[in-house]
Design a protein around this ligand. Structure first.
Ligand code: BG6
Length: 325
């Protein structure tokens, strides 16, 4: 890869971010970009070709390990939420990941140049709280059209013959103009567990999901495509959680979260009014934990795109169909 001074495109730049934490900047020819911190393997920025930020990152995010970074796309593993004995959302989001120098190849070849492979492995320290050996490989790719793809490959490397179980989510914080003007499509009529009501199960009513109060729900048996429509900005985010033909298991759930005013005020690394500019819609496996036997691998992929709202969600963009991991 050429140096930036040569005037040639640098697709992958290794640099330092806030508080000197290592980060990687991905760039694509049309001007879009993404930033990934090795701390938590967390995407903290995703910009379109006009330089507009598409992910929410709190102005109060601390970037101080061991606290997770508030915003972007934290990875919840091996536990989603408080469904287990670990700290909320597991430990992957507050571990220092490494660049994976030699990841096993993907089955499909990819023409993309702007990608980074990261890896997290078991440590003696973690074995005290989660007694398993594992390799978690994450590839973050920025496609030429600006799509952001994330593929996780989680392998059980236990040598004691024991399987392990985990829950998981890509905890994406979408940047939006005004929460009261946003609509989510693809989840209407589905069953959900309401975390604000002791995980009681309900069925969603109505045409599309809109917001006027705190929400913390896990929708079940969700479709592969969910749309988040920002009316004010005339932008639609598409979250696709298919795209892995060889995936053993796909994400079945989608968590929707907004803390609203009271919880935002009570959260130190969240601005009082910032809840208006964010919405979390998370591709997740939360209802039934995934079980992996030694030697088995689970793959889970999400693809995000941001398109003008006039784009009809039923159509397939031919450019996107050409892109893969
Ligand atoms: C959501 C959970 O995924 O994450 C919520 O459903 C939780 O219950 C939220 O409050 C934020 O979690 P955290 O640990 O990042 O503050």
């Amino acid at each position: 890869m050429s140096s930036p001074s040569s005037g040639e495109m640098v697709f992958v730049e290794h640099t330092k971010g806030v508080n000197g934490l290592p980060k990687v900047i991905l760039r694509e020819v049309r001007g879009c970009s993404a930033e990934v911190y090795l701390y938590g393997a967390q995407v903290t920025s995703w910009k379109n070709e006009h330089g507009e930020e598409l992910l929410f990152l709190s102005s109060k995010a601390t970037f101080k390990p061991p606290k997770a970074i508030r915003g972007g796309i934290p990875i919840c593993f091996p536990q989603f939420g408080v469904q287990g004995s670990l700290e909320q959302h597991g430990f992957a989001r507050n571990r220092h990941w490494m660049v994976d120098p030699d990841p096993p190849p993907f089955l499909t070849c990819s023409p993309n140049k702007a990608f980074i492979d990261l890896i997290l492995k078991h440590s003696e320290e973690d074995a005290k709280i989660w007694p398993h050996r594992y390799e978690f490989r994450l590839r973050v790719t920025l496609g030429p059209g600006g799509d952001l793809m994330m593929t996780s490959r989680i392998r059980n490397t236990n040598t004691d013959g024991k399987p392990f179980m985990f829950t998981f989510s890509y905890h994406t914080y979408f940047a939006i103009t005004d929460i009261s003007e946003v609509r989510v499509e693809g989840l209407e009529t589905l069953d959900y567990l309401d975390y604000l009501k002791n995980k009681e199960r309900f069925t969603e009513q109505g045409d599309a999901i809109t917001f006027e109060a705190e929400v913390d729900k896990a929708y079940l048996s969700t479709p592969t495509k969910i749309a988040i429509i920002d009316h004010e900005r005339k932008r639609t985010y598409e979250l696709r959680k298919d795209g892995l033909p060889d995936a053993a298991l796909l994400f079945s759930s989608a968590v929707v979260w907004n803390p609203w005013d009271k919880k935002a005020k009570a959260t130190p690394d969240f601005g009082d009014n910032e809840y208006k500019q964010m919405l979390c819609v998370e591709a997740a496996c939360v209802e039934k934990p995934i079980t992996l036997k030694p030697g088995e691998e689970w793959r889970g992929r999400q693809e995000l795109s941001a398109v003008p709202s006039s784009y009809c969600s039923g159509q397939l963009d031919p450019q996107k169909a050409l892109q893969s991991s």
